[in-house]
Ligand binder design. Structure first.
Ligand SMILES: [Fe+2]
Length: 191
């Protein structure tokens, strides 16, 4: 839903707009590299990582201030937990494992935005990567993935950043090659 309509004046039309009044310095949108740099730096902050309460029954979160107005989270993952398949709409993002290890499964495919309920994935779109402590990745818009802690006994902790702050998350279920759109969640639901 990026608005492609930049203010291109049409000759003889409306008067040129006055400069927008800004009460705060404009924040430049963070790049994917800056998000990745932020999550890597944050993951090395041992005191912060240690401050996250860990619950053996479920994931835990602390909201962080990300760079440039981005949305950032410290997340704890008990053994065997995961996100399920989802995407992040138009947000770009980055995450890195700070403790333990995470597995990411992703799809190298651009899903249609709307108007579908099930999709049959073609062969060869699956990607998988193991992210040990200190390892992270960045992703662009419309990234579809699931993240898991596959360990049987080790808690994982990770740091995430998204820009723009997540407007919505689409959740999918998957049976073999068939991806089904289950629901669209706002960030409040996502926690
Ligand atoms: Fe995600």
């Amino acid at each position: 839903m990026s608005s492609a309509h930049s203010a291109v004046p049409t000759a003889g039309s409306v008067p040129s707009p006055t400069s927008p009044v800004s009460s705060s310095p404009a924040l430049a949108a963070p790049t994917i590299t800056e998000l990745l740099d932020f999550v890597r730096r944050t993951a090395r902050n041992e005191a912060l990582i240690a401050s996250l309460p860990l619950d053996p029954e479920g994931r835990t979160w602390i909201r962080l201030d990300g760079p440039g107005g981005s949305e950032a989270w410290l997340i704890g993952w008990p053994p065997g937990t995961g996100t399920g398949w989802h995407d992040h709409a138009d947000s770009i993002g980055a995450f890195t494992t700070a403790a333990g290890a995470l597995k990411e499964h992703s799809l190298a495919v651009r899903l249609p935005t709307d108007g579908w309920k099930t999709l049959e994935l073609t062969d060869g779109v699956d990607r998988s990567r193991e992210l040990a402590a200190g390892q992270g990745r960045a992703f662009g818009q419309n990234h579809v993935h699931e993240v898991l802690n596959e360990s049987e006994d080790v808690h994982a902790v990770s740091v995430h950043a998204y820009y723009p702050p997540l407007p919505r998350i689409r959740r999918f279920s998957r049976t073999g090659a068939v991806l089904r759109l289950e629901q669209t969640e706002s960030p409040e639901d996502w926690q």
